[in-house]
Design a protein around this ligand. Structure first.
Ligand code: GLY
Length: 340
């Protein structure tokens, strides 16, 4: 490379780095959270997020804490026996046992707690909160998470519901000649809930039974801080639903929040995250992933691959299920990334 070309490239790179670090706000100190007239604002994934949001709002109205609202709201979904993808009513793993993943984040103090591959407990979100509030750890998994839940006296439940066990037996018969974990995941719809509280602080939680008939021990994006959920009290919060493997390889929720930090509206941050992932991923937009986002100003949005997805927003003024925009392969730009 000629000296002139080297210098020109160096200057361009430096300019790019300077612009990037400034737009990322690396050293930027934003004002402390303030009382927001729009708040509380609850944003959750899927239509089943609406009753969850409303339960959370009722907690705040009764004088409860924002974390109580997240725990109670997500708890409604976890204990709904008709929900096949959250809580112990969910689809079991390949061994016929439901393994649950959940996490919770508190904006003030940037606190987080998480449990993964937890068996036999009704409210993993409450256990994740207890991990956050009573241990020096962030994440407990498997048998350790189960022992922790037992020591703290959390409510137990069946390893799998009768309905799901019957469906699993049928599935197992069909799978006899196939390798485990192969093929398309059985539908699963995680609840992620994010909240701008009346005092201007942000909170979030996420809970799922994950990929139906997954390999035992598989952990998805939902309990992984920055993947299924991320809260930055100075910027905003984001959560994910869909195939966790396609979110956790890209730290999806963290990326949504970082794009909001750069000034994007929550809706555009969700769309841009999908574009960024699709530009890198060999599958393009064929990923079955969806994001919700909420910023510290109370603005919210969502986006999903394919046809998009339905999400729920609840404030004191309204409680609604909204349709997000979707992105398909027709939206893939000229940047090819790793696609073959
Ligand atoms: N998004 C939930 C999971 O894949 O487990």
């Amino acid at each position: 490379m000629s000296r002139r070309r080297f210098l020109r490239n160096s200057t361009l790179s430096a300019g790019t780095v300077a612009a990037t670090s400034s737009s990322l706000g690396a050293a930027q100190v934003l004002p402390a959270p303030q009382v927001n007239a729009l708040a509380p604002v609850f944003v959750s994934t899927w239509p089943f997020g609406k009753p969850a949001n409303e339960a959370g709002l009722a907690v705040l109205t009764a004088g409860g804490l924002p974390l109580d609202a997240i725990e109670r709201g997500i708890g409604v979904t976890e204990s709904d026996p008709t929900n096949g993808s959250v809580g112990l009513g969910g689809i079991p793993n390949a061994d016929g046992v439901v393994q649950l993943d959940a996490c919770i984040m508190s904006g003030p103090g940037h606190q987080a707690g998480s449990v993964a591959a937890l068996e036999g407990y009704v409210h993993p979100i409450a256990i994740a909160r207890r991990v956050m509030e009573t241990t020096g750890h962030v994440m407990l998994v498997g048998d350790g998470a189960r022992k922790f839940a037992q020591q703290h006296g959390f409510e137990r439940g069946p390893a799998v519901s009768a309905k799901q066990k019957a469906a699993w037996k049928k599935w197992r018969t069909e799978q006899q000649h196939k390798a485990r974990g192969e093929g398309k995941p059985k539908n699963h719809d995680t609840i992620a809930m994010i909240l701008l509280a009346p005092d201007g602080n942000l909170y979030g939680g996420c809970s799922t039974s994950g990929w139906g008939y997954k390999l035992a021990g598989r952990v998805g994006d939902s309990p992984i801080i920055g993947s299924g959920l991320y809260v930055d009290n100075q910027v905003g919060a984001a959560g994910a639903t869909g195939i966790g493997e396609n979110v956790m390889r890209y730290c999806g929720s963290f990326l949504v929040v970082e794009l909001m930090r750069q000034g994007l509206h929550p809706q555009e941050a969700c769309l841009e995250t999908l574009r960024r992932i699709a530009a890198m991923d060999p599958k393009g937009f064929d990923l079955s992933i969806n994001f919700i986002a909420l910023d510290r100003r109370g603005r919210f949005g969502a986006a999903g691959t394919g046809q998009g997805f339905e999400y729920s927003v609840t404030t004191r003024e309204f409680s609604r299920v909204l349709q997000s925009p979707g992105l398909t392969s027709a939206d893939i730009g000229p940047v090819g990334g790793n696609r073959k």
